[in-house]
Design a protein around this ligand. Structure first.
Ligand code: V4E
Length: 216
């Protein structure tokens, strides 16, 4: 299971120009739809667990514990989430939080990424559905720079380092900080995720609950 260390940044008309001037290499362009799921009590998202379907595959992002030496300003600007992509493990994690409404406990064992019947067993429904156009760049080895344009009108950049299990999180934070400095990023507050903007706009009650619980 890998750990994603990420820092979001405000992306404007000059960002592409800056990347070009710095010699960043465009490594891809894609468009994908994200569908996020939770139960009516928001049991997953209130635990900062983000279950989504992207490009036909299930993914679950869970918060990672902070390790020693991550109290710097640069670290505070970053998020760290474990990303789980094995459907059986996702189902186990979800089951720890949301009890099964069905008696047949073996039914999930056989499910595939295409079979969504396990959702109803946990009362899970889609609460957010949006499409993102993403351009990805490389500037420093191991750091991916994504420029995202969500279809509801939010533009955000992201610096991301994927740390393998047991890998060096501190080194990842330093790489992100170096890249941020090269890009001239000066902000001292975390920049909002696409989801924050989406919920604020379309599901203000859900947003308020997450804000109160200090999740967003
Ligand atoms: C973890 C999380 C959410 C799930 C989506 O995570 P995010 O990094 O926003 O996804 P995306 O598509 O931009 O990147 P990818 O997964 O492709 O690398 S929604 C909200 N959170 C929590 C969260 C937070 N509280 N603050 C910030 C700045 N980001 C995420």
């Amino acid at each position: 299971m890998s750990l994603e260390v990420e820092r979001k940044f405000i992306c404007d008309a000059d960002t592409l120009k800056t990347l070009e001037e710095l010699g960043a290499v465009c490594v891809g362009q894609q468009q994908f739809q994200d569908q996020y799921f939770d139960n009516p009590q928001f049991d997953l998202t209130l635990r900062d667990m983000w279950l989504r379907k992207r490009k036909g595959c299930w993914e679950l992002k869970c918060p990672a514990e902070e390790t020693n030496g991550e109290q710097s300003r640069a670290a505070a600007l970053c998020t760290r989430y474990k990303e789980i992509t094995t459907l059986h493990e996702i189902q186990l994690r979800v089951a720890e939080v949301i009890p099964d409404v069905c008696e047949d406990r073996d039914a999930e064992k056989a499910s595939s990424h295409q079979d969504d019947s396990w959702l109803s067993r946990r009362n899970l429904a889609c609460f957010a559905d949006f499409t993102t156009a993403r351009q990805s760049f490389k500037l420093e080895e191991g750091v991916q720079i994504d420029l995202d344009q969500a279809d509801f009108g939010y533009h955000v950049g992201e610096l991301e380092v994927v740390v393998p299990e047991g890998g060096d999180v501190q080194a990842a934070l330093e790489k992100i900080e170096r890249t941020a400095q090269k890009l001239g990023l000066t902000g001292d507050r975390r920049v909002e995720a696409k989801m924050s903007i989406f919920l604020k706009r379309y599901h203000p009650e859900h947003y308020a609950k997450l804000l109160n619980a200090h999740i967003l």
